[in-house]
Write a new protein. Structure first.
Length: 229
């Protein structure tokens, strides 16, 4: 069984109150994610980690949903680290050591389908991993990316490869849509993921992470696309 965590910080800069914007069928981003995961049997509890009582009022009520944790101001700043938030949550709120398996969902990655989540949970159970993150193929390969400093620029990759079929390395993008970690993993590393975290590949459609008006509108357009694998 799993406990789900949904971190929500108010006062976002790129797109104001993005977490509670209406996304689809008059449902805001938070509730859109909640409706997707609330009936997954392996998820026994969903914890909302927010600093905003206004947000809590915008979130649906359900016996699985726990809104009682109060996210501290120092953990709700623009430069606050998610690892520090999880550390506070586990040490001061969710202290039952029997709760050992945690899923972290970002509502700003709404294109993740319920079926993909269920497949991920089955993989975790079968392979007994202690940490996992969703990744997908990058849209723009690093071999084609340049770094600009003033009027000067250079290729990001030192060794230039011209043709795509000759690219030497395979690159993935951490979607942020889902992270899994055990209590023991986090206690030991004080991070939700590290270099030993299993990179679980999902559909490329999940590349969108809403951070501004463009990515918000893009996510709404892409949500119904039929190009899923």
């Amino acid at each position: 069984m799993f406990d789900a965590i949904i971190p929500l910080r108010s006062n976002s800069k790129g797109l104001k109150n993005k977490n509670i914007l209406i996304f689809k069928n008059k449902i805001n981003l938070v509730n859109y994610t909640l409706k997707k995961i609330i009936n997954i049997k392996k998820i026994k509890k969903i914890h909302i980690l927010t600093d905003s009582n206004y947000y809590k009022k915008k979130i649906m009520n359900h016996k699985k949903i726990d809104k009682n944790y109060q996210r501290k101001k120092k953990l709700s700043l623009g430069n606050s680290k998610i690892d520090d938030l999880i550390d506070d949550f586990l040490l001061n709120y969710n202290t039952n050591i029997k709760n050992n398996n945690f899923l972290l969902f970002q509502v700003t990655s709404p294109n993740l389908k319920k079926d993909e989540i269920i497949k991920t949970l089955k993989f975790i159970d079968k392979n007994k991993v202690s940490s996992l993150m969703h990744v997908t193929e990058v849209l723009e390969n690093p071999y084609e990316i340049i770094e600009i400093k003033g009027k000067n620029w250079k290729h990001l990759m030192k060794k230039r490869v011209v043709n795509r079929q000759n690219y030497l390395k395979k690159f993935m993008f951490i979607t942020g849509s889902l992270f899994f970690f055990t209590r023991n993993f986090f206690s030991k590393n004080k991070k939700i993921f590290n270099s030993k975290t299993y990179p679980y590949k999902i559909d490329k459609i999940n590349f969108i992470d809403i951070d501004d008006k463009f990515t918000f509108e893009l996510a709404k357009k892409v949500i119904n696309i039929k190009a899923r694998n």
